[in-house]
Design a protein around this ligand. Structure first.
Ligand SMILES: Cc1ncc(COP(=O)(O)O)c(C=O)c1O
Length: 426
């Protein structure tokens, strides 16, 4: 291929040179970088029309192992590197990255479910996922049946041939309920025996709360795993991202969906998440979990606390499921970094406590999002889960008074000190 340098023997104006430069360097070799390079090119030079045509023909072809880079929205070097790392962490054959967790969720649903088909979903979901399934998808002829996946008669539910997707969060946002993944996987396998290939039931699980350091649903037979990379994977609250980890046979469909829906991650965020987030996550997760365990024990003893939900406590309602599923890759119990609790008294008391934290706490911040190095507190029923109609909250496992705490990396004495002071004032 003629490179820009060889073409420079031609007489070219400074204006044109200021745009094109040389644009090649023999040093551009990824294998020599200790830290992968951060590239920023929305489009890629193609040496011939034939090569361009090949790239478009091959894109989204499951047999294509070496993508021809054409345009960022199709494939991009930094996101390809991020995806390689994500697939390893979730024990998957492949990963497809997105611009946000919601980009990953909506692309998954739109890519695999069509008009007339149905989603069966656990009823406790992140607020925007609830909104997507109950407000948006019906506009495209896709209905969602909300149920309790842990006690619904699944054999009966799957007799309905329109069921195409089962959806849940492995550890539910916000009440930390744990789904018995194996039970669902077994029921789906049974139902799929009599279904045609293009109508097999798929199981998609949002693993954001657990993180891959606490649970890897693919190892339990789940088809599709979703992460909001914005949370603990990224870890510092600087970047948004999402990812789907799945079998190689679903990769092409997801990439074609991502291309047309435009839900791509930008390479800068992909680079931050890969270089800073993923490489420090196991350490952050361990420390955050240690802090969460200490806070949960403290809250469990407080006379002001009515109920507390933390998978590490013996009082946790799904303790058996927690012990079964929440494990590090080495097999150590991993109850995680999220806590949910309610205070005795009415909503006014909850608001007083949360406002007190917002005003007077140094180590705890009133804010949405989770998994960050900083400890965050919020009231899901009025904030992240406000898409749920108020009269449906309780029925969907979300106590309107529930307080959600995402535990960070601060000194445990400061965190407990701030909680103790605020509790003392309500
Ligand atoms: C469990 C869960 N899934 C998905 C999302 C959506 O992720 P994002 O904000 O990156 O779109 C969130 C956001 O809070 C979440 O808590």
């Amino acid at each position: 291929m003629a490179n820009k340098k060889s073409l420079l023997s031609k007489k070219v104006s400074k204006r044109t040179q200021s745009i094109h430069g040389e644009h090649t360097t023999s040093a551009w070799d990824y294998s020599h970088h200790i830290i992968p390079p951060l590239t920023a090119s929305t489009t890629f030079r193609l040496e011939s029309l034939q090569r361009g045509a090949e790239g478009f023909n091959q894109f989204g072809n499951p047999k294509n192992e070496t993508p021809i880079l054409i345009y960022d929205r199709l494939d991009e070097p930094t996101t390809l590197m991020l995806e390689e790392q994500l697939k390893i962490m979730e024990s998957a054959e492949c990963a497809v990255s997105f611009g946000s967790g919601m980009g990953a969720i909506s692309t998954t649903i739109l890519s695999f479910v069509k008009q007339g088909q149905k989603v069966i979903s656990h009823k406790t979901l992140y607020g925007c996922t609830y909104s997507l399934l109950t407000s948006w998808m019906p506009k495209f002829g896709v209905e969602t049946e909300l149920c309790n996946l842990n006690d619904t008669d699944l054999d009966e539910a799957f007799k309905d041939k329109s069921v195409r997707l089962v959806y849940c969060e492995s550890v539910c946002n916000p009440n930390l309920e744990i789904i018995d993944l194996e039970r669902v996987v077994k029921a789906i396998a049974k139902a799929n025996k009599t279904r045609k290939d293009d109508n097999k039931i798929l199981f998609a699980v949002d693993n954001t709360f657990a993180t891959p350091w606490g649970l890897r649903p693919i190892e339990w037979g789940v088809d599709i795993v979703i992460q909001s990379l914005t949370k603990n994977m990224s870890g510092f609250g600087t970047d948004m991202g999402g990812a789907v980890m799945t079998a190689k046979k679903y990769e092409a469909t997801l990439k074609l969906g991502r291309k047309d829906f435009g839900a791509i991650i930008n390479p800068f965020s992909a680079w931050h998440i890969m270089v800073y987030g993923l490489s420090t996550q196991s350490l952050r997760f361990e420390k955050q979990q240690e802090n969460a365990m200490a806070i949960a024990k403290f809250l469990a003893k407080s006379k002001k606390v009515e109920k507390i939900f933390y998978p590490g406590l013996e009082s946790f309602p799904e303790k058996k499921l927690a012990k079964k599923y929440l494990k590090t890759p080495e097999g150590k119990f991993a109850p995680g970094l999220m806590i949910a609790f309610t205070l005795k008294g009415d909503m006014k008391k909850t608001a007083k406590f949360v406002d007190d934290i917002a005003k007077n706490s140094y180590s705890i911040t009133l804010a949405v999002s989770l998994g960050l190095n900083k400890t965050l507190i919020e009231v899901p029923g009025y904030m992240t889960h406000s898409a749920y109609p108020k009269d449906k909250l309780d029925n969907c496992g979300i106590d309107p008074k529930l307080i959600r705490l995402s535990v960070g990396l601060e000194s445990i004495d400061d965190l407990i000190g701030d909680l103790e002071e605020a509790l003392g004032r309500v």
